[in-house]
Design a protein around this ligand. Structure first.
Ligand code: 1HE
Length: 262
């Protein structure tokens, strides 16, 4: 490794108003996720100031991420393996259940742990080059970064089973169709689209974004009666905020935009 590569941060952080872009910066290893990279991601999130309201998660180079750094597993005991997974879970929870919506920009390989990481984002923008796979079965291992839960919730247990058994890879258009990606864009257009979406999200009322990030996933896990109760309580809190009143008044006074046809 060159001296310059050794000194380069594994995750770079760029702030633009309310949007922080966190970029995996290990392109020479196709952004394979090592423990130091996991820690760098954690630090990047923890160090964000209160002004940052949305995160764009991106990766340098032609691949979003080749998944787990396989060189870390070769000499790992079973106990170390459990702790390894939990180190990932801690950081991934900061992304998925933190206070800021996350928009991911995906290109090239989004595989194994890379897909597990992408599944933590709330919005996924896939460039045409993106492809999605879970090659753990072919490597003799199993999901360990939360994918059996998160990816299964996105596309269903049956698709994850088939992907893992057969090594099937979904391209960007297929990923959009099955719900792995929310948007597909031309190669090179992912960052602009992600920043446009992030800016729009940052313009929402804070309590609405809080409810979407914190209440919605809980409600999805609750029995119907509990979910409806949680929803009604969260709705009452959100609508009682002065900002909500102002926004509704603005619409009624014809000062706010209408919902336009797509
Ligand atoms: C790596 C890794 C890695 C690349 N761990 N070093 N993930 C996989 O099974 C995917 C493995 N990677 C690949 O299939 C390919 O690397 C790619 C399709 C992503 C990219 O291909 P390419 O031709 O652009 O790059 P390359 O030549 O294969 O790799 C460049 C370097 O990155 C090379 O190292 P070098 O020192 O020889 O230059 C590769 O060894 C290195 N590299 N991928 C370590 N994954 C928490 S559980 C999650 C479980 C999983 O994620 S399993 C899936 C693992």
């Amino acid at each position: 490794m060159s001296e310059q590569a050794a000194a380069a941060p594994l995750v770079t952080v760029e702030i633009d108003g309310p949007v922080a872009t966190l970029t995996l910066n290990r392109p020479e290893k196709r952004n394979a996720i090592s423990l130091p990279l996991v820690r760098a991601l954690a630090r990047g999130i923890e160090d964000l100031t209160a002004e940052v309201r949305v995160i764009v998660l991106a990766a340098r180079g032609t691949h979003f991420s080749a998944g787990l750094d396989l060189s870390e597993l070769t000499a790992m005991s079973a106990a170390e393996g459990v702790l390894h997974s939990h180190a990932w879970y801690e950081v991934f929870a900061k992304l998925q259940f933190g206070s800021r919506p996350v928009v991911a920009v995906l290109q090239g390989a989004v595989v194994g742990g890379g897909l597990e990481l992408a599944a933590c984002a709330h919005v996924r923008v896939a460039e045409q080059s993106a492809y999605f796979g879970l090659p753990e079965g072919q490597r003799g291992i199993f999901l360990g970064g939360g994918g059996s839960v998160r990816v299964s919730k996105l596309i269903g247990f049956s698709r994850v089973t088939e992907m893992m058994l057969t090594g099937r890879v979904y391209n960007a258009s297929e990923a959009f169709q099955i719900g792995l990606a929310h948007y597909t864009v031309a190669d090179g257009a992912g960052m602009a689209k992600a920043r446009e979406l992030a800016t729009r999200i940052a313009g929402n009322a804070p309590m609405s974004n809080f409810a979407i990030l914190q209440a919605l996933p809980l409600i999805a896990e609750q029995p119907m009666g509990h979910g409806l109760m949680t929803e009604s309580l969260m709705a009452a809190v959100a609508q009682s905020e002065p900002e909500a009143k102002e926004r509704m008044d603005a619409f009624l006074a014809k000062r706010a935009g209408k919902v336009e046809r797509a």
